[in-house]
Design a protein around this ligand. Structure first.
Ligand code: DC
Length: 222
């Protein structure tokens, strides 16, 4: 199987890039953040009193996670309940960020990720794919862009929505999330020693896809 790891900063466009590459290559995209989000949905339903090691341990005791694809959409089912439609709620984003640093929880997610990669030609995107999850991935890409460019892209996407945050709020939030991702104890965001770092500050999506395809073709026989 061919495995392509894409890691990168929040708002760097890694999900869009992963989907674009997958379409061109006929690969599956595995969105790892969605698993943390699905687990956050199930955690919320348990109504624990906050997030701590003890609660996380209890939560993981008899947890069962299933992932399946329907029309290219990755579904996350935790203990029989499909949470896919709730993954992007703001409250779930916050809870996913709180539960994802716990090593016992990450260990569980890593097993799911590796099992999937063994059986599928895939593009796996996240933050620790090249460094922790798939250290033997055939291609490792680390994608980033200047923080102001990333904040502006996000602002342009959502500025017409009701209650959209201002550009300054988006930039502040992005800086905080970068700091958390890069400084957490377990699996911090960083390129692997053999990752190819791509700064997309001055590239559009199509240029980034073309550039990545060249890299993938040079490193694999597809
Ligand atoms: O990429 P995302 O925003 O969907 O990720 C949701 C949360 O999961 C985010 O708080 C970071 C965490 N995450 C992680 O710790 N490791 C990954 N490989 C992917 C996501």
């Amino acid at each position: 199987m061919i495995n392509i790891a894409i890691d990168g900063h929040v708002g760097s466009g890694k999900s869009t890039l992963a989907r674009g590459l997958a379409d061109r290559l006929g690969f599956k995209v595995f969105d790892t953040g969605a698993i943390y989000r699905g687990l956050a949905c199930a955690y919320k339903e348990k109504k624990y009193n906050g997030v701590n090691e003890e609660n996380i341990k209890d939560f993981l005791k008899d947890i069962d996670v299933k992932i399946f694809f329907e029309d290219k959409l990755q579904h996350i089912v935790v203990c029989g309940k499909d949470y896919t439609q709730y993954l992007r709620l703001e409250e779930i984003s916050m809870l996913a960020a709180q539960i994802s640093p716990y090593k016992i929880l990450r260990d569980k997610v890593v097993v799911l990720q590796r099992d999937f990669a063994k059986e599928n030609n895939c593009i796996m995107e996240g933050r620790d794919i090249a460094t922790v999850v798939l250290p033997n991935a055939d291609v490792k890409i680390f994608i980033t862009a200047n923080e102001k460019v990333r904040a502006n892209r996000r602002y342009e996407q959502i500025k017409n929505q009701p209650d959209a945050p201002s550009y300054d709020e988006i930039l502040k939030d992005l800086r905080e999330r970068d700091y958390k991702d890069e400084h957490r104890e377990v699996a911090p965001l960083k390129p692997a020693s053999d990752s190819i770092i791509i700064d997309t500050s001055n590239m559009n999506l199509e240029q980034t896809i073309e550039y990545c395809l060249k890299i993938i073709k040079s490193k694999t026989n597809i």
